[in-house]
Design a protein. Structure first.
Length: 176
């Protein structure tokens, strides 16, 4: 489940909590978080970001040789095609197309690999985040805690809890 879906689910859960609580609006204590900010600031999110960047650099460096081969082949075709026979030119152009297509497929595979890596690593963080937000809300008397990315139009910065949630999430994730 993507971060956006988790945050929307968290917002809906919060809205249901508000509706079911039956408390007067004047007695409500509502906080907001920025889930994306929390994910990027927490220790686990920073570690994940580093892992993704490292893997992306590894993939890019592995593509470098293939990319250089494609460029060299293209330059060879441009320089020598007038001296080659029509069949030889067609053969080299077909080879270039195949190499480009293969490179495109490898790029798509790499993109999918990185996305799967991110999804797999983000899931436990988001699950812990949901638990941390719920515990923080109960402990501090909040009626609801909403994510700003889930459609909150306005909030006072005093209601922004992201920094406090990052600290709590770091403690929970350090235990895992």
């Amino acid at each position: 489940m993507t971060l956006k879906k988790w945050m929307v689910a968290l917002a809906l859960l919060s809205a249901v909590t508000i509706a079911g609580a039956g408390t007067a609006l004047a007695e409500s204590k509502i906080g907001v978080i920025n889930g994306q900010k929390i994910l990027s600031l927490c220790d686990a999110g920073q570690t994940l970001k580093g892992q993704l960047e490292t893997r992306m650099k590894e993939l890019q460096s592995s593509f470098k040789a293939e990319d250089d081969t494609i460029v060299a082949l293209q330059q060879e075709i441009e320089k020598k095609s007038s001296a080659w026979s029509e069949d030889k030119t067609k053969e080299k152009v077909a080879e270039l197309r195949k190499k480009r297509r293969d490179m495109q497929l490898r790029n798509e595979d790499a993109k999918n690999e990185l996305q799967q890596m991110q999804d797999k690593a983000v899931k436990p963080i988001l699950e812990s985040l949901q638990d941390v937000v719920a515990a923080y809300g109960k402990k501090n008397g909040y009626t609801a805690i909403l994510d700003v990315k889930a459609g909150v139009v306005y909030f006072d910065n005093a209601a922004e809890l992201s920094e406090a949630i990052v600290k709590e999430l770091n403690v929970v994730m350090a235990k895992k």
